[in-house]
Design a protein around this ligand. Structure first.
Ligand SMILES: [Zn+2]
Length: 67
């Protein structure tokens, strides 16, 4: 229980997309997955991407990104 909030000191320029909830990208007839799925909830439940982690809004699963 020692989660610290780190100040935003390393701001990398990312493409700021307003369409955060666009999980699929359609290319022709193919649907490409852009997000990881939740290992707990399984198919259809995607992890929301944050600056340093991925979270599932369904079960609360959190996966921290490694640098
Ligand atoms: Zn989940």
């Amino acid at each position: 229980m020692s989660e610290q909030k780190q100040p935003q000191q390393q701001q990398k320029k990312k493409k700021a997309s307003p369409q955060v909830w666009k999980f699929y990208k359609s290319e022709g007839s193919d649907l490409k997955r852009l997000r990881k799925e939740c290992p707990r909830c399984g198919k259809g439940f995607f992890l929301a991407e944050h600056k340093d982690r991925l979270t599932c809004g369904h079960c609360g699963y959190t996966s921290f990104k490694s640098h």
